[in-house]
Ligand binder design. Structure first.
Ligand code: FAD
Length: 380
């Protein structure tokens, strides 16, 4: 198998690198860590203006399918705040796959220009892994739907222009079958947003829906077909658009710090760094497969689970040993004098466990692999 990139893809990568170098400045990275909002509007717009977001949207992309991986791999290696962008492109892919022509015309231009973000409202306080049991209700009322309920972990709700919202529309059907997904503007009356700050720095939100009224044009993917719409999003969310090489900025900072304090030449440090680099290379190859499938019109539901389990556990392993190696200096945060790896050691030790939770926990992804790949019986 030849994994080398073609000349066209290398040219694409160098354009992405220039945009990243221009827009992801140290101030932008600092802002991400200070505010907890993992988004950079200046980066999104620069990529959108040059057509790179349209090109990276699954189903819309006109370039080599590997470009989807190249884009997010470059953002990830740079430590860029790209979570908002990744979610926006996932939803753009699903609108393109399941949306009506009218929805595509109304919604997609704002996303692929880099102007608008989308947030995902499906988890609720009591229903994360068991999301099919959610309670937020949408009831048809004349020509409109009325939505009432609340969501937890609606990341980017405070920045997004659009929201995809998973609701229960039929209480008499089995739980997976009575769900409908809506896509609606975040400024629709009746929506409120409360901040939730997490261990891993990233800000997320609790969101509340009080008699929110929308028309049929907000239904995404068909009434009572919400499970399919949601699994289409999840297939793009796991191990496709970043999140799988997260230890690379950490390793870069740790490497420089280890040289500076004179432990880089110790065999234990070198061995651990080599193991970490190998893990990141494996994660990168797994991501290439998932991203390629997504960008070629497929749905990497299973491959994405494999990528996410391996990559998230590797990230956590690497973060743990860098912190163990750094000792007390690994507990110091950004801007504290003497902080190991300029504070990245401390940050990644907090951030890496969170990656094993969002987008489906490691246990849920293991279940997915066990059932769909190994043919083991259902655990639930
Ligand atoms: C930072 C962050 C951002 C997020 N962003 C979003 C977002 O934008 N939109 C959104 O809708 N959601 C979002 N989520 C929610 C995320 O998808 C859920 O947290 C996740 O699915 C787990 O659900 P839970 O938190 O309710 O945990 P639970 O489902 O209560 O799980 C608790 C534990 O039980 C285990 N467990 C549960 N069921 C099983 C089972 N069947 N087999 C084996 N083990 C099981 C889990 O693996 C976990 O270890 C985010 C979460 C975080 C932390």
């Amino acid at each position: 198998m030849d994994f080398s990139l073609s000349d066209d893809v290398l040219a694409y990568r160098s354009k992405i690198r220039s945009i990243v170098a221009e827009t992801v400045t140290p101030d932008v990275i600092d802002r991400m860590h200070t505010t907890g909002t993992f988004d950079a509007p200046e980066l999104n717009r620069a990529l959108g203006t040059q057509g790179f977001l349209e090109r990276a949207t699954p189903g819309l992309g006109v370039g080599d399918p590997i470009e989807l991986w190249v884009l997010f791999n470059e953002l990830e290696k740079a430590g860029a705040p790209y979570d908002g962008l990744a979610v926006a492109l996932m939803i753009a892919g699903v609108v393109n796959l399941l949306g009506t022509d009218e929805q595509k015309e109304r919604i997609l231009p704002s996303i692929i220009s880099g102007e608008a973000l989308v947030c995902m409202g499906y988890s609720e306080a009591d229903y994360g892994s068991d999301v099919a049991s959610i309670k937020t209700r949408a009831v048809k009322d004349g020509d409109e739907w009325t939505i009432n309920g609340s969501k937890m972990w609606t990341t980017m709700a405070h920045e997004a222009r659009w929201l995809i919202l998973l609701t229960r529309t039929d209480v008499d059907l089995p739980k997976h079958k009575g769900l409908t997904m809506f896509i609606l503007p975040m400024d629709t009356p009746g929506i409120t947003v409360d901040p939730v700050h997490t261990l891993g720095t990233e800000r997320t939100n609790a969101t509340y829906y009080d008699n929110v009224r929308v028309g049929d044009d907000a239904v995404l993917g068909g009434v009572n077909n919400g499970w399919r719409t949601m699994t289409s999003v999840l297939a793009f969310e796991r191990g496709v658009m970043g999140g799988s090489n997260a230890a690379i900025p950490l390793l870069r900072h740790f490497h420089d710090w280890a040289q500076e304090i004179g432990i880089f030449d110790q065999p234990i440090t070198r061995e651990r760094m080599a193991r970490a680099a190998i893990d990141m290379q494996v994660a990168s190859l797994l991501t290439q497969r998932s991203a390629w499938i997504a960008a070629s019109g497929g749905s990497p539901g299973l491959e994405g689970s494999m990528t996410k389990v391996f990559a998230a556990e590797a990230y956590q392993r690497i973060s743990r040993w860098t912190q163990e190696t750094a000792g007390p200096l690994g507990l110091l945060q950004f801007h504290e004098s003497g902080a190991a790896g300029e504070g990245f050691v401390e940050y990644d030790a907090r951030h890496s466990p969170v990656v094993t939770i969002y987008g489906g926990t490691t246990e849920i992804n293991r279940n997915n692999i066990a059932e769909r790949h190994l043919g083991l019986p259902k655990s639930r």
